[in-house]
Every structure is written in structure tokens, then in C-alpha cells.
Ligand binder design. Structure first.
Ligand code: SAM
Length: 353
């Protein structure tokens, strides 16, 4: 499967859309907001230029991206009242070309209404393309923001099949407690290729002294399985396995379904930043929102909004997605009743050398 062509969150604004089912991600954005805004304020105070060029990488559709843009512009506006003239803003919203940019554009009038009273020159443009490739001219961006996106790899890792082409991670769609070590290595290697490449590309595009705030999923420690996002992947695997045991999912298709996802641990991220060498690590915060029983339905609907399109493309459009996520919700509630589920997320603030 060509991820850059196929992957997108659920379109539009209906009941199963990402727009209506991104509360988990919004909660994470809000927990990181003070850091994002502090970094931006600090940059603005040191910025000599009359323009502020900002990119949101992996913006998706729905209200999350523009809510952050609104906070960014208001933060600079409040800071500049006492200190400096208001810069002109040029804001790029990036995502894969298959993203539903149209519904994002349709929410612009509401966004501009919210911005009324803030005297500003603001241009917003879409920038379709993979953030694992060059997106912007050299030394062009002042501030890069990315939330809930960088845990998506550029592709499904190589090395998940044996020499006959059979899965070596049967029954799982990601790293699970019983995955062989070659599976862990395949995912780790793909992250080792992707993350430094992302840093290198952004280093070319960001001006010296420019900032990045990257918010993405991680793991609690070196163990590849914990009761955070790895548990959620294993619950999705279990749901698909139950479907397969009822004959509702083709078992071979299940064996060949692999998530292009990797949640690193803190040490891995720090090491890649240090080795790549273009950025100074200003801050590294770890947040661990709790998924309690009362959050399980919202989380299940959120995961559906992220995975449904790939599931349909891989298993066939008629697959019973409602059933998969009914099972997912039941299993998630069982787990949440047993023991706390805490999903680890990183907030990484970087400064271009
Ligand atoms: C869960 S959404 C996050 C959306 C929004 N930033 C938020 O926090 O709610 C992840 C987004 O990352 C995008 N994405 C994944 N891989 C990408 C890539 N290589 N280049 C650009 N966008 C990518 C997906 O298409 C998706 O829209």
C-alpha cells in the first residue's frame, strides 16, 4: 500500500469524521499549549523579520489545526501590544495530498470571524505533501508546529515477512508483547531512517534561530510494549482477530495488515536529535493522559476516524467497521477497568542552530 496516497483521517464533518472525533488529540494539544505559545513568544521577541512564516505539519481536517493557529496569532498580538509591531503572518497547513483540505477551507470564514478585532495581515495556504520530503524553500520558515502526526512512519517497515513472503508477526498489526525481535527491529529501523530525515529536511527549511514544537506519541521507556498506545494497537489486533474467528475478516488479509506507526522512547528521540545535529533541544516534556472507563467510547471513535480508511482499503470496503470498533470499545473498557491506561506523548521544543 502506498501510504502517501492512501492515508487520511476520515473526511468531512459527519458522525465518524476526524473533525468530530479528535477530542483525544485536542486534549493533548491543550496540555502542550503553554509550551507552544512560550516558544512562539520567545521567538517573536528575538525575531528581526517583519514576517512570521509558520507551518503546521500534519494538520488534518477538523477544528484542531485552526484552533492552534488562532492561539498563535493571538499570542503574538498580545505580546506585541507592549513590545513590537505586529508581524505579517504567512501560515502553511501541511498534510498528505489525500487529506480533506476542502472541509478545512470551508471552516476559514468561522476562523476569520473569531479573529475579528485582531488587526493583522494573515495569509493561510495549504501545502500538500509528505513531511518526509522537502516542502518549503531553503531558510524560509520561522516556526514549525506538528501535533499528533510524527509517530506516523513514511511507510510500512520492510522486514515484517519471511523469505516466502509470510508475516513474521501473525495475528498482530503492530509490535505486540509476543512479536519476534525482528519485528521490533524493523519498526525501530524505519523510525531511525525517518526521524533524522525529518530533522534534516526541516533544518534546511527553517531559518537560524527558528523553532519547532513537535508533539507526538511515544512509549514510557525502552520496553516496546506498555499500557499506553501499544496496548491500543494490541486491542485493535484483538478486535480484528475476533472478527477473523467469526469469518468476518480474511485471516490472510489480517496477517498482512501492518500499521505504519512507531512510538519511540525519550532516549531514542534525544539521541536522534543529538546525532542529527541541526537543532538544540530547548525542552522535552512527557505527558501521560489517562484513558479512564468514561473516555473509552471517545477514544474508540477517535481511533476509528484515524484507521477506518486504511482498514477499508486493505480488507475491502464492505468490512464491518462498526463491529470492529464495537469490539474495540468493549475490550478497551475491560482493560480500563483492570488497570490505568496512560498514553505517553512527547512535547519536544527545538531551536535551529
Ligand atoms: C491524527 S492527525 C493529527 C491532526 C492534527 N494535527 C491534530 O493534532 O489534531 C495526523 C495527521 O498526520 C498526517 N500525516 C501522517 N503522515 C504524514 C506525512 N508523512 N506528511 C504529512 N502529513 C502526514 C495524517 O494524514 C493526519 O492528517
Amino acid at each position: 500500500m502506498d501510504i502517501t496516497r492512501s492515508f487520511h483521517m476520515n473526511d468531512g464533518v459527519d458522525a465518524t469524521s476526524y473533525a468530530k472525533n479528535s477530542a483525544l488529540q485536542k486534549g493533548i494539544i491543550d496540555m502542550a499549549n503553554h509550551i507552544t505559545m512560550d516558544q512562539l513568544k520567545d521567538l517573536y521577541m528575538k525575531n528581526e523579520s517583519e514576517k512570521m512564516v509558520i507551518a503546521d505539519l500534519g494538520c488534518s481536517s477538523g477544528p484542531n489545526s485552526l484552533s492552534v493557529v488562532r492561539d498563535m496569532v493571538k499570542t503574538v498580538a498580545d505580546t506585541c501590544r507592549e513590545n513590537k509591531p505586529m508581524p505579517e503572518f504567512l501560515i502553511f497547513l501541511n498534510d498528505l495530498p489525500s487529506n480533506d483540505f476542502n472541509s478545512l477551507f470551508k471552516s476559514f470564514p468561522d476562523f476569520y470571524t473569531q479573529m475579528m478585532g485582531t488587526p493583522l495581515i494573515l495569509s493561510i495556504a495549504a501545502c500538500p505533501g509528505s513531511f518526509y520530503g522537502r516542502l518549503f524553500p531553503t531558510q524560509f520558515l520561522n516556526f514549525v508546529y506538528s501535533s499528533n502526526s510524527l509517530h506516523w512512519l513514511s511507510k510500512i517497515p520492510r522486514g515484517l515477512n519471511d523469505e516466502k513472503g509470510n508475516s513474521i508477526n501473525k495475528g498482530n498489526i503492530h509490535i505486540a508483547g509476543n512479536s519476534p525481535k525482528q519485528v521490533v527491529e524493523a519498526y525501530t529501523d524505519q523510525f531511525r531512517e525517518d526521524f533524522p530525515k525529518f530533522l534534516m529536511l526541516r533544518a534546511e527549511e527553517i531559518v537560524v534561530g527558528g523553532r519547532m514544537v513537535l508533539i507526538f506519541n511515544g512509549r514510557a521507556g525502552p520496553d516496546h510494549f506498555d499500557r499506553g498506545f501499544p496496548l491500543l494497537w494490541s486491542i485493535l489486533s484483538q478486535s480484528l482477530n475476533i472478527m477473523a474467528s467469526h469469518g468476518d475478516v480474511d485471516i490472510e488479509k489480517l496477517d498482512s495488515y501492518n500499521a505504519h506507526y512507531y512510538g519511540p522512547c525519550k532516549d531514542e528521540v534525544e539521541e536522534h536529535v543529538r546525532k542529527q545535529g541541526s537543532f538544540e533541544l530547548d525542552r522535552f516534556d512527557v505527558i501521560k493522559p489517562n484513558i479512564g472507563v468514561m473516555h473509552c467510547i471517545v477514544v474508540s471513535q477517535g481511533i476509528r476516524a484515524v484507521q477506518e480508511n486504511l482498514i477499508r482499503e486493505h480488507f475491502g470496503g464492505n468490512i464491518n467497521v462498526d463491529k470492529i470498533f464495537e469490539l474495540f470499545t468493549i475490550l478497551l473498557i475491560e482493560e480500563a477497568k483492570k488497570e490505568a491506561i496512560n498514553v505517553v506523548n512527547f512535547i519536544v521544543a527545538l531551536r535551529k542552530n
